[in-house]
Every structure is written in C-alpha cells, then in structure tokens.
Design a protein around this ligand. Structure first.
Ligand code: ZN
Length: 300
C-alpha cells in the first residue's frame, strides 16, 4: 500500500491562503516521521512550496529518512482557479524548490484539494510533463462540494503526456464510490470498519492519504485564540475525529505494509506500474453524469 501525506499548514491551506505558514506543520510532520520510522514504513510527502520555503530543514529530514518528496503545488491554490500558465509556474516553482532542498528529483504531484476537472486534463498534464513529473495522484472518485469527479472520464490525455494516474482508493456503496481510506473518512470511521473495508482493495495499488494537521489535537484551541471563532463547517469537517487519529495510525501501520509511490513503482526492482485505464471506473458498471450526487459536506 502507498502511504501519502499532503504536507501543508492548516491555517494557510484551508483557513486563509494569506496566513503565514507556522511551525505547527513542522512539528506535526516530525511526529509522522517518527511514527513511520517506528514501523519501518516509507511514505510519499506531497509538500507545498511555501512549507519548503519556510522549513527547508523539514524537507531535508523527509529525504534523509528515505521517504519520497513530491509536490503539492506552491501555495495550495486550486488548479481550476489558475490559468494554464499559472499552473505551469506554480508546479514548476514548487518542484524546483523541493529538488534544490532535497537534492533529489521530484516525480510526483497531487493537486491542492484534488482540484482537477476533466476539462483541465490537457493543460494540467502538459504542466506536469513539462516539469519532468511522471505521475499524479489527484483524482478523487467522489464529487463533494469542493472537489472530486464522479462521472466516467477518459485518461487518454494522461497517457498522451506519459503521466501515470494513481487515483485514491475507494469502496463501492451501491452506485457510488466512497474514498474511505484517508482524511476525514479515516478520522470519523471506527478503525475496525476501515480495516474491514480494506479487504476489497488491491493492496499493491491502494493509496492512503492524510495531512500532518490531522494528528494535531491542540490546533482548534490555538486557532480560536489567534483567529477568533472558526466557522462551523471547518470545525465539523476538519477537526472532528482528530483525537482518534494517532491511535488509528498505530493500528493501520501495524496491520499493513506501506511504501512510497517512488519505491513501489519507479525505483529499480519495483513492481510494474498499473497502466492508466481509459476511465476511472475500471471494469465496473458505468455511472452516468446525471446520477451524480454532491455530498453534503466535504472532508479533505
Ligand atoms: Zn492539500
């Protein structure tokens, strides 16, 4: 299984893009590094350029521990809010900075907030390819308020630019797909249920995802003190279940073998890369666009 972490600072990436990056992301990521070390797992750290700029030492520590440093863009701006040239610049700036600091080639990308739409595929893939990236892990298989694509789509454009797409793991609930393996879904679901649901996953291909702030149980109080009352939608979708995350991480790391995208697919002796299928639904039943639902809340 792949363990992936989107390295960002909550008050900058979610609360307000104009907030400065704080030390919380540094300290929380160090805690995750310790956890991974305890269980001898490797992970992919999709890191924001602004975090690397503020904490270059953190990038060095991630790379020195043998993990993969990949890009999550520079300022956590949604792809659909940027022009094609801005996307190229944002991806390029983050990749260059991460490579300069880590001393290693960056080959992977995850779009902020999984902000990919089908109409963006062409110039999104072009931006990744031009910056020397080999894979992407941004396709979120359920439509929620902020992000996700549920309809069937073609990955022909990804193939054209030789970008491998490693979309997030999901389970079937009737005709819908639930990306249960990470983020808010992991926080709110009892671990025994999460573990039971993983039985249906292709374990080699499965992708777990989380953010460093999800283990930060003191953040809400600190944010209230610093920024005033935090809107209810954020308190519900972003802070709920944080108390349980560290305990669950011990269990998930004990139960499964985790590695990085790089070690799994792109290093010598790694398993073969799954080819991009023509749609996001593999061999499963067709879901038409008019059957889509928008979830009532959006976790990330
Ligand atoms: Zn993010």
């Amino acid at each position: 299984m792949i363990f992936s972490i989107d390295v960002e600072d909550w008050c900058q990436s979610v609360l307000d893009a104009n907030n400065p990056v704080t030390d919380r992301v540094y300290n929380n990521t160090l805690r995750l590094l310790d956890l991974l070390d305890e269980y001898q797992h490797k992970a992919t750290f999709f890191t924001l350029g602004n975090v690397a700029k503020k904490h270059p030492d953190l990038i060095k520590k991630i790379a020195a521990a043998g993990h993969e440093v990949a890009s999550h863009g520079y300022n956590h701006q949604s792809i659909f809010n940027l022009t094609p040239s801005q996307v190229k610049e944002d991806v390029g700036n983050s990749v260059k900075l991460l490579e300069d600091i880590s001393g290693k080639k960056v080959i992977g990308f995850r779009a902020p907030d999984f902000s990919i739409r089908e109409y963006l595929f062409e110039w999104y893939c072009e931006a990744l390819a031009e910056n020397g990236l080999k894979y992407d892990s941004s396709l979120f298989p359920m439509k929620v308020i902020k992000y996700g694509i549920e309809k069937e789509y073609s990955l022909k454009i990804f193939n054209k630019y030789h970008i491998n797409e490693h979309y997030l793991s999901y389970m079937r609930v009737g005709k819908y797909k639930l990306p249960f393996f990470g983020g808010g879904y992991f926080r709110i679901t009892p671990y025994t249920i999460t573990k039971m649901l993983t039985k249906n996953l292709d374990h080699k291909r499965a992708v777990f995802y989380m953010h460093p702030y999800e283990i930060d149980t003191n953040e809400l109080a600190a944010m209230k003190e610093e920024h005033g009352d935090i809107p209810l939608k954020w308190r519900l979708s972003q802070f709920i279940g944080r108390n349980s995350v560290e305990k669950k991480l011990h269990r998930v790391m004990n139960d499964f073998d985790f590695t990085s995208f790089e070690d799994q697919y792109y290093s010598e002796g790694s398993v073969s890369i799954p080819t991009n299928t023509l749609s996001n639904i593999d061999n499963e039943q067709h879901i038409s666009e008019n059957e889509n639902i928008a979830a009532k809340t959006s976790f990330s």
